[in-house]
Design a binder for this molecule. Structure first.
Ligand code: ADE
Length: 255
């Protein structure tokens, strides 16, 4: 269970929303998790406290200087339990729900946010243990990526979601997307709620949701199903609600 997150950032304001709002705000306010931000500028010397410099070899942009960042990360490591140092960069392992679950089960996360063109590679080698990306696109810094990762990890902590099993039903929880959801009114602009959801037959509702989830995954993210065969339960649910209709083949689980 996560007890503490340390974020190394030149722009701690980026994380204010996470502290103030929603589930993450509440989890942090209740003291379930300690969030501490560290600014490399506080570890920089000289009148200008400069944290970046021009890249050797030329080229556009600036690079984060090694010494202020290294001192800052070392100060983080000197406080509290040992933990791997993670850095948010587009070069990292792409975060998926499996990675989120793995990170959520740790006691402490240390996240370093890069800025400018990047971080001096020697600091990466000396102090960073793992690199994380939130997708194949480039942000202007690691902060929004760290906020995304923290949100995903905090909501999995015991007691943070209202419903104990909400997380088990998330999209990607079993390598499939989530099913559709409906609330009142029963008819909205001529569209009605699927009859099964009004039936009160909870086992049937569960099978319908499973069938819908698999059908959606097959249509929108067939890649998720390519990695595993459909389970007997999934197959039967698809057949019961007539969603299998030519949609399953041996090799991919789909047609
Ligand atoms: N920093 C810049 N782009 C990023 C991305 N896609 N993921 C994580 N950190 C980043």
């Amino acid at each position: 269970m996560l007890r503490r997150i340390d974020v190394v950032t030149l722009f701690p304001d980026w994380l204010e929303g996470l502290k103030a709002l929603g589930l993450t705000g509440r989890a942090l306010a209740e003291g379930r998790i300690l969030l501490k931000c560290w600014n490399p500028r506080d570890f920089a010397q000289g009148v200008h406290r400069s944290v970046d410099d021009r890249p050797y070899g030329g080229g556009p942009g600036m690079v984060m200087r090694p010494e202020p960042l290294a001192r800052c990360v070392e100060a983080v490591l000197a406080e509290g339990e040992p933990a791997p140092v993670g850095c948010l960069t587009p070069q990292g392992r792409v975060v998926d729900q499996t990675a989120v679950q793995e990170l959520a089960s740790r006691e402490r996360l240390i996240l370093v946010c890069g800025r400018y063109e990047g971080i001096d590679e020697r600091v990466m080698e000396a102090l960073v243990d793992e690199e994380w990306s939130i997708g194949d696109y480039v942000l202007s810094g690691g902060e929004p990526a760290a906020a995304v990762l923290m949100d995903a990890v905090i909501r999995l902590q015991p007691g943070v979601l209202g419903h104990q099993d909400s997380a088990a039903q998330d999209s990607f929880a079993d390598a499939r997307l989530d099913c559709p959801h409906y609330t009142r009114p029963e008819t909205w602009r001529g569209q009605v709620v699927p009859e099964v959801l009004l039936s009160g037959d909870h086992a049937r509702i569960q099978r319908w949701r499973l069938a819908q989830a698999v059908a959606r995954t097959a249509h929108r993210r067939a890649d998720l199903l390519q990695e595993r065969p459909l389970s007997r339960q999934e197959r039967q649910a698809m057949e019961e609600f007539d969603l299998a209709g030519g949609a399953i083949d041996q090799e991919s689980g789909l047609k």
